[in-house]
Design a protein around this ligand. Structure first.
Ligand code: CP3
Length: 347
């Protein structure tokens, strides 16, 4: 049977008249219906762990806008929690975790096969979504990449420069490597269960890949992604995977080939014209409108959206933002972006 889902066609390497569209953090605080469901759940983590409500917020942007893909509603920090870390969110500040900085902290973590009790509600959310999504909408599962997740586990919070993680890497390489390994193995198990529950595509978020330089980039961004992708594709032949080594800059070049990813997601620090020439030559790319346009809208949004669609028009492309949409975005601007992309069908 010929594939009819636009997102899967782009990931298979097809160039379509207009690209499929979805947005990072498309279920989020900029939507009044999200805020209402989050209020009903009580707090963010309860929302993540209540399958009916997590499925509901995943579906909200699909109903409102008809995106070509839905991304499972969850968080990259559920894996550390399943490994035994304490996790909580401080309103207006972000996540807090118990830290892993000494061998004893690492020894107290659970093994890769002991994470599923905690994560079972996430798999249930995927099963609900696989049943309820419209037939043209692709379901994307995800996890954080080991380096990015490790930066939160080591610092116990988000950090501007990932200093604590870089420090541990320099001062106790064996412990740092053991943590990356445990996360790599647990991520494979977690993502594999998402696929068994009905996820059709996976995305690996390496939000802090840009702070790795030189050999550390190979070792902690590229190699873990390669291991995770190889193992998942061995277990689930034909499964498409999107890698997001955010802020990788010149190291976006060749990243898909080196890791086996079917698509790389581009942040908006690289120009679409450059990326078309140097990254899209290897296959599908995703991106890369600056999320600030979702706040400001108007002619700039339209011009920049058209520029990106045009730059990537001669190869496989998935339209997205360069990073997540922010809570101050205007829902009307999202509609304007979609209308602009879909209005560009080649004659
Ligand atoms: O894209 C989606 O809609 C899917 C769901 C999703 C969330 N977080 C929901 C969320 C995904 C894919 C993530 C990934 C994630 N989480 C990343 C990697 C991508 C990125 O943005 O760089 C990171 C670093 C996290 C960790 C995290 N979660 C932080 C730092 C925060 C706090 C920041 C903030 O915006 O408050 C979260 C909370 C979070 N995760 C929210 C959402 C919708 C906001 C929570 C709320 O409703 O209060």
């Amino acid at each position: 049977m010929t594939e009819t889902k636009k997102l899967l066609r782009s990931l298979a390497g097809e160039t379509l008249p207009t690209p499929p569209i979805w947005m990072m953090r498309q279920a989020g605080r900029y939507l009044p219906e999200y805020r209402a469901t989050r209020e009903q759940a009580g707090d963010f983590l309860s929302l993540c762990y209540t399958p009916d409500l997590a499925a509901e917020v995943t579906l909200q942007p699909i109903r409102r806008y008809g995106f070509d893909a839905a991304i499972l509603f969850a968080d990259i920090l559920l894996v550390p929690q399943a490994l035994g870390a304490d996790l909580w969110f401080v309103t207006g500040e972000g996540p807090r975790l118990s830290t892993v900085t000494a061998q004893g902290d690492f020894d107290a973590l659970k093994g890769k096969d002991d994470i599923h009790d905690r994560l079972a509600p996430v798999y249930e959310t995927v099963r609900i979504l696989a049943r309820e999504l419209p037939s043209e909408t692709t379901l994307i599962g995800f996890a954080g990449a080991p380096w990015t997740v490790a930066t939160y586990m080591i610092a116990g919070r988000g950090t501007p420069d990932q200093g604590p993680a870089h420090r541990l890497m320099a001062e106790n390489e064996a412990l740092f490597d053991a943590l990356i390994d445990r996360l790599t193995e647990a991520t494979v198990e977690y993502l594999s269960c998402q696929v068994e529950a009905g996820a059709e595509v996976l995305k690996l978020f390496d939000s802090w890949a840009g702070s790795l330089t030189g050999e550390a980039f190979e070792r902690y961004a590229l190699d873990p992604a390669k291991r995770i992708i190889a193992e998942l594709k061995a277990r689930h032949p034909g499964l498409p995977i999107i890698a997001f080594p955010r802020e990788a800059g010149a190291r976006y070049v060749g990243f898909a080939k080196a890791t086996g990813a079917d698509c790389v997601a581009l942040d908006n620090s690289v120009s679409p014209e450059w990326a078309a020439l140097h990254v899209q030559v290897d296959g599908c790319v995703q991106g890369n409108l600056a999320s600030s346009h979702m706040v400001t809208g108007g002619k700039d949004l339209i011009d920049e959206t058209r520029r990106i669609v045009k730059a990537f028009a001669s190869g496989p492309h998935i339209f997205n933002l360069g990073h997540g949409i922010t809570p101050d975005a205007d829902p009307e601007n999202v509609a304007l972006m979609i209308e602009t992309v879909r209005g560009m069908a080649k004659g």
